[in-house]
Design a protein around this ligand. Structure first.
Ligand code: NDP
Ligand code: 2IT
Length: 425
């Protein structure tokens, strides 16, 4: 919250009437917490905690992902939901902010166990969500498989077929390009940022962390734009492939992660490159020591601290765009700003995922499916607009080049106006 509130000083000076909005906006409209009992394949009972934070519904139905990861708790989901409010506002689409999930760990669980967990999770969540009320999607640990199980159970319980979740499979209301959208969008945003300094991805060495949904499609778009991705990671360690991760290697990673559900270490064994085991905490350290021009952190929060940021700066990195939600600590962001790097905060640069979820909602309402080209064109246009809006807003408030301030202020203004107009401060 500090990260956002620090940016709002000039706005409150210009609009003192928005001060009560600031007081209100930090408090979720509603928090739902529930028990999720499920049985493993051996018949043992497990009980997890489920959450949905309905943070702000002033500009549209609550919208945001579900995260299944052992680290999930109410505090983490509140920060993610708060970010989501500003991000969704920036997309220009009518979506409020929310986030949810569970401390369930899907790693090592069979498809049947994951299905039973998802069904039990939805057994409670279904009464709190709806296509015009709250529309969850995926996040860490929640991909196409989980959304399918969740949607199936919702449909059974609610006895209706609506666009209540996004990230659905193509055969039951999903949108083309939604899987690609967050990674592609992050790279589109970075491309726009680089262009302000007459730079591009062409020939650039790029460090990418994570190896899940966002990371995979960031690699793909970097390759499309002529860049050379050289790193990937998971929670066990990271690989550094100085020959570059090409399309063939990327296809192998997609099979490893999405089908075989294996570890990134196997990449190093298969293709013969460096692999470094994670230290216990912070768990990605080392990766940011890579000699690269551009960094795209796409795994999780707090993966680049002040020291790691300094390593990137010392190696001549010129741009950092967050694919994950808040992967850079405040010290890291300060270091990038002090050293004149281009820095894109996730609420701007990773907004392509939720924006394309918004496009999926539109298609569901219209009962139409747009082509791949159509959705990608709209995604690209939205990312170009977010970049322009953040840059112009920062300049207007005297903070030229500061995308953090620009994104926070632009995201805030729309929500604040709606909250004030509705008398719901
Ligand atoms: P996935 O579950 O597909 O992938 C997550 C990746 O990050 C995996 O490689 C995972 O490794 C790694 N990771 C997760 N937690 C940790 C950790 N604590 N330490 C080290 N590595 C970790 O998730 P997504 O790719 O969907 O999400 C990645 C980030 O992007 C998150 O911050 C998410 O909030 C954000 N995001 C996602 C969007 C989406 O549309 N999916 C949209 C906008 C933002 P392992 O498999 O070992 O856990
Ligand atoms: O953090 C995010 O923006 C997401 N996980 C995607 C949310 C969505 O509703 O598509």
């Amino acid at each position: 919250m500090e990260e956002v509130l620090d940016s709002l000083g000039p706005v409150i000076e210009a609009h003192p009437d928005y001060l009560p909005v600031v007081k209100s906006i930090v408090e979720p409209e509603r928090i739902i917490q529930f028990r999720v009992p499920w049985y493993d394949d051996e018949g043992n009972l497990h009980v997890n905690r489920g959450f949905r934070i309905q943070m702000n519904g002033a500009i549209g139905p609550y919208k945001g992902g579900l995260r299944f990861h052992p680290s999930v708790n109410q505090s983490i989901l509140k920060f993610l939901a708060f970010e989501q409010v500003f991000k969704n506002s920036l997309t220009g689409l009518p979506m409020g902010g929310g986030k949810g999930g569970s401390d369930f760990n899907p790693k090592g669980r069979s498809d049947s166990e994951v299905r039973r967990f998802c069904q039990s999770f939805m057994m409670e969540l279904w009464r709190h969500i709806g296509a015009n009320l709250d529309v969850p999607a995926g996040d860490i640990g929640v991909g196409g498989r989980e959304i399918g199980f969740l949607f199936g159970m919702y449909r059974k319980l609610a006895n209706e077929f609506t666009g209540v979740l996004t990230g659905k499979g193509l055969s039951y209301g999903g949108s083309l390009i939604r899987p690609e959208a967050t990674g592609y969008g992050t790279v589109y945003f970075a491309r726009e940022m680089l262009a302000t300094r007459d730079k591009s991805f062409e020939g650039a060495k790029v460090a990418i962390s994570g190896s899940g949904n966002v990371a995979q499609f960031a690699v793909e778009k970097v390759l499309d734009l002529g860049g050379k991705p050289v790193t990937l990671s998971d929670s066990s360690g990271f690989i550094h492939d100085s020959n570059g991760i090409d399309r063939e290697k990327l296809a192998w990673v997609m099979d490893l992660k999405n089908v075989r559900r294996g570890r990134i270490k196997e990449y190093a064994e298969h293709f013969g490159c460096d692999y470094t085991e994670s230290q216990p905490e912070p768990n990605l350290n080392g990766l940011w020591g890579a000699d690269v021009d551009i960094a795209l952190p796409c795994a999780t929060q707090n993966e680049i601290n002040g020291e790691e940021a300094k390593m990137l700066v010392d190696n001549g990195c010129i741009a950092v765009a967050e694919g994950a939600n808040m992967p850079c600590t405040p010290e890291a962001v300060e270091c990038f700003h002090e050293n004149g790097l281009l820095f894109a905060p996730g609420k701007a640069s990773n907004a392509g995922g939720v924006a394309t979820s918004g496009l999926e909602m539109s298609q569901n309402s219209l009962r139409l499916n747009w082509t791949r080209e159509e959705v990608d064109r709209r995604l690209e246009e939205i990312m170009v607009n977010i970049h322009r809006n953040a840059a112009d807003t920062a300049a207007k408030y005297g903070m030229e080049g500061n995308y953090v301030a620009g994104a926070n202020i632009a995201g805030f203004l729309k929500v604040a106006e709606a909250m004030e107009a509705q008398g719901l401060i």
